[in-house]
Design a protein around this ligand. Structure first.
Ligand code: ATP
Ligand code: MG
Length: 434
């Protein structure tokens, strides 16, 4: 019985008291993305399992250990998306978006599902904001998406965040690198974890991303991919750095960054926060030039990033960041008796049509309890409607902050309320100016 009153491990409820924070952050994300020409795309929460196996890569931790995969009633293997890039790539290919004018720039906010060990900053259901840009080969595009991510982070008010970049080259330079890596890890084969022993023959680069302490210790001294870049990849990486310098964006080159997904090529980057403990990467991304063709689409280059929204919120909370104030109830109408309740419904309807948040009693409570409630929800104004008010067709409206009251007629109520609110706003503005 206890189970039905408890959310599944690793999932979070977003409660009404916090929703304005998420709305603010997500609103800024989409707003800033649009300044760079990115338009929202929404893709399904689940896809054919193969979509992720083929794109994320079947030697990655995500595919090997973390996916929620099940057979549906028609016997198809379905997976809840562990990230959104794969589904977005599937969608832009399916709808031919990458056959038209390039670049195609899309952004998204959506839930992701990974079977991981829940801890601070690591959930089983979490949300990502991300962008993807298709058909842009220039290093200017890499700097552009990095700049977008940074502007989002700065706009929501995060402090103490640093950018780390690296290049993991193209399949061409990776051939030599993989050979060097295999040789290095082969000399440590006895100490590697079981999964990494398997990776040694299939995809030795993934060993660099293993979370086991022994493997990560061995990986520390492994050859660095940045020392194996071909001329083209080196030139691209230098270009990215030049564009970042031009944009005034500070970064450090961290040769250890390889990212946990197989599809990356050339530029990879992370934004790391000093305020969320071990799970410190708030945003990760890079270029994945081979992915679209690997997924059956045309050979267009692509790049993007995913930003963990809960992890970002955690950093903001830990920094005591300020969020815009929650919108308050504009007016609470407290009726006494059935006839007044009918009038309250009429007044509220008109007020809401004019864009005011208006509330009235819906619990059949007495006046005292109603006023207590109006106080609790922080109503800006209140009105009491009784038999006298109805008979005289007017009532007193109370400014809950100043305690001042003034008379207001019951006909054209909303128009008068608009004027009262405006006058009060103007005089409090004058007070602050004086
Ligand atoms: P990590 O190294 O933390 O496991 P990752 O490399 O698996 O991250 P990506 O797949 O690149 O992460 O996802 C991008 C972002 O999504 C991460 O930087 C992080 O902010 C967020 N994220 C990833 N996994 C989780 C999770 N289980 N819970 C909460 N946020 C997550
Ligand atoms: Mg991970």
């Amino acid at each position: 019985m206890a189970e039905i009153n408890r959310a599944i491990k690793g999932t979070n409820d977003m409660l009404p008291a916090d929703s304005h924070k998420f709305q603010f952050v997500e609103g800024k994300m989409l707003e800033i993305a649009s300044l760079y020409g990115f338009r929202e795309i929404r893709v399904p929460v689940f896809e054919h399992t193969e979509v992720f196996q083929r794109s994320v890569g079947d030697t990655t931790d995500v595919v090997q250990k973390e996916m929620y995969t099940f057979d549906d009633k028609g016997g198809r293997s379905i997976t809840l998306r562990p990230e959104l890039t794969a589904g977005v790539v599937r969608s832009v290919i399916e709808h031919g978006l990458v056959n038209g004018a390039l670049p195609v720039k899309v952004c998204y906010v959506g839930g992701c599902y990974r079977y991981e060990k829940p801890q601070a900053g690591r959930l089983r259901e979490f949300h990502q904001f991300g962008v993807e840009c298709f058909g842009a080969t220039s290093p200017a595009a890499d700097a552009e998406v990095i700049s977008l991510a940074l502007q989002v982070l700065q706009t929501v008010g995060i402090k103490n965040i640093s950018l780390e970049i690296n290049s993991i080259g193209c399949p061409e330079c990776r051939k030599n690198y993989t050979a060097a890596l295999s040789e290095y890890f082969a000399s440590h084969v006895d100490t590697l974890c079981e999964t990494c022993r398997d990776r040694l023959s299939r995809n030795p680069m993934r060993i660099l991303d293993c979370k086991s302490p022994i493997c990560s210790k061995i990986a520390k001294n492994a050859p660095k991919v940045i020392d194996f870049l071909c001329d083209e990849c080196q030139e691209h990486f230098d270009g990215v750095k030049a564009h970042l310098d031009a944009a005034g964006i500070k970064y450090t080159v961290n040769p250890q960054i390889v990212r946990g997904l197989d599809y990356y090529t050339k530029t990879v980057f992370e934004f790391v926060s000093g305020d969320i403990g071990a799970q410190s990467t708030v945003c990760g991304g890079g270029r994945y030039d081979g992915l679209v063709s690997q997924m059956g689409g045309p050979a267009v280059s692509a790049l993007g990033f995913g930003m963990g929204i809960e992890r970002l919120m955690l950093a903001l909370e830990n920094q005591n960041a300020e969020f815009p104030e929650v919108k308050k109830c504009d007016i609470y109408i407290a009726p006494m008796g059935e006839t007044a309740a009918i009038k309250a419904t009429e007044l509220c309807t008109a007020l809401r049509r004019d864009g005011f948040e208006a509330q009235c009693d819906v619990c059949g409570r007495g006046l005292k309890a109603q006023m207590k409630y109006a106080d609790k929800i922080g109503a800006l104004y209140s009105v009491v409607l009784g038999d006298n008010e109805l008979a005289e067709n007017k009532c007193n409206i109370k400014n809950m902050k100043t305690g001042e009251t003034q008379e207001i007629r019951l006909d054209n109520f909303s128009e008068q309320f608009m004027k009262i609110k405006l006058d009060d706003a103007l005089s409090s503005l004058e007070d602050t100016i004086i």
